[in-house]
Design a binder for this molecule. Structure first.
Ligand SMILES: Cc1ncc(COP(=O)(O)O)c(C=O)c1O
Length: 444
């Protein structure tokens, strides 16, 4: 791999190799990350990257798009068939612009959107106060209960009081199944569009491990690079229910993408999405999705056995949200940095009713998709849980001070300890040894 870059640009070559080493010798436990197949990576590096194709198949602003039209149509058809929808737009550059495009297609500026609060597991683009989505539209966030379950009573109350134009269901740190039917009841009661952001769970839906939102929602958005295991990108799908509500909805979504928000689509990415969608339609992908969930459940069970606390007590999907407050508030950063030191990459995250704040959250978010892609199973999940428990125990004396000076000093001291404390070296070696038995698909 990379032989041309090696000759032309040794500096960049070294960095690409270093990232391959990092991915191969460590383990990705961030639930929004995955390893695409070598076939997807090939599509990404194809000459389609060089082509401009503003517009849609058959209606482009540039010549030379005969092949591009076929690539985009094929990918669109695969998306429609896999998820059972009448319309799919495969051009969004990523999930954030896709969500922006959806709101702009169906809401006038200043109208109301409702999504899960960022700190409770929603996404920035679901109306967080610093996101453009709350500057252009009025954002009414809903929350999780203290048990880590979406507070549907609050959703109904806020929807009835605020009459939103759209309700968004789905998020980034939700360990339990999304109750699409309950959301649909509420949205229908107030005449709102229901949009499912299935970015995290699209692969589980395609693999039959999570209920599909299609019969309940008007619009479905997904990123393509998480459990779906494609390249970084996104798709917006319009359901039959959506077309029944507004016959122009598909056209409005397409126009919101271009000319509304984007220019030329990234055709190499669209080809990569097409390759990933074909993979996701195969029977093996159903096994893969089932293993993702089984692995997450095993990991959750083992963490609990080690006395660790999980938001909502467990998981229904690929994601686990650990509540680290049993060892003190604001400890997510210490645990995430210490895990990274030994080659386990998971991320600090807020938990519902976090006693700390978004910069120093009290939770850790873990997921099984990438480990499952590498072929890991029950035995490996047990080892991972054991390592995580050891790290939490080993770092528990590092507590987050209330004041800024104290915090900076403690963090500095902690980072220093990651370099000097020889205890980490043994675990790092064990994890590297395990990881080298489970290859990453795109790394030869
Ligand atoms: C639920 C959800 N929606 C939207 C996005 C935004 O996707 P992107 O990072 O591709 O813009 C993410 C990404 O983390 C997400 O988890």
């Amino acid at each position: 791999m990379f032989t041309t870059i090696q000759n032309n640009d040794p500096q960049m070559f070294d960095l690409l190799k270093a990232e391959e080493d990092r991915q191969r010798d460590g383990l990705t436990l961030i639930p929004s990350e995955n390893h695409t197949s070598a076939a997807v990576l090939e599509a990404l590096s194809s000459v389609l990257s060089d082509k401009y194709a503003e517009g849609y198949p058959g209606k482009r602003y540039y010549p030379g798009n005969e092949v591009a039209d076929k690539v985009e149509s094929l990918t669109r058809d695969r998306a429609k068939s896999l998820f059972g929808v009448p319309h799919a737009n495969v051009q969004p550059y990523s999930g954030s612009p896709a969500n922006l495009a959806i709101y702009s297609a169906i809401c006038e500026p200043g109208e109301t959107i409702m999504g899960l609060n960022l700190l409770d597991g929603g996404h920035l683009t679901h109306g967080w106060k610093f996101s453009m989505t709350s500057k252009f539209w009025k954002s009414i966030p809903y929350h999780m209960t203290a048990d880590g379950i979406i507070d549907l009573d609050e959703v109904r109350r806020l929807a009835q009081e605020n009459k939103p134009k759209v309700i968004v269901c789905g998020g980034t740190a939700i360990p339990r199944a999304i109750p699409f039917a309950e959301f649909a009841k509420i949205a229908d009661e107030v005449g709102a569009y229901l949009m499912a952001d299935i970015s995290h769970i699209a692969g589980l839906i395609a693999g039959g491990q999570h209920e599909s939102p299609v019969s309940h929602c008007h619009i479905v958005m997904t990123t393509t690079h998480k459990t779906l295991r494609g390249p970084r990108g996104a798709m917006i799908m319009v359901t039959q229910k959506g077309l029944d509500k507004d016959a122009e909805l598909a056209d409005k979504i397409d126009k919101a993408i271009i000319p509304g928000l984007q220019g030329g689509p990234h055709l190499n990415t669209i080809a990569g999405i097409g390759v990933a969608l074909l993979e996701a339609a195969k029977p093996e992908f159903k096994d893969y999705a089932a293993k993702i969930v089984a692995n997450a459940k095993t990991l959750a069970q083992e963490l609990t056995t080690h006395g660790l606390k999980l938001v909502s007590g467990g998981t229904d999907n690929h994601l686990i949200l650990m509540d680290l407050t049993t060892t003190g508030p604001g400890r997510g950063m210490f645990v995430d940095l210490a895990l990274d030191r030994i080659g386990l990459c998971a991320n600090r995250n807020t938990i519902p009713n976090d006693p700390s704040n978004a910069f120093y959250p009290s939770g850790l978010r873990l997921g099984s998709p990438a480990a499952t892609t590498r072929g890991m199973g029950e035995a490996e999940m047990k080892m991972i849980a054991h390592w995580i428990a050891q790290v939490i125990e080993h770092t528990k004396d590092f507590q987050l001070p209330d004041n800024k000076e104290g915090r900076l000093a403690t963090i500095k001291q902690f980072k220093e300890s990651l370099k000097t404390d020889t205890w980490y070296g043994g675990l790092r070696a064990e994890i590297k040894e395990l990881c080298n038995k489970f290859p990453v698909p795109g790394i030869s």
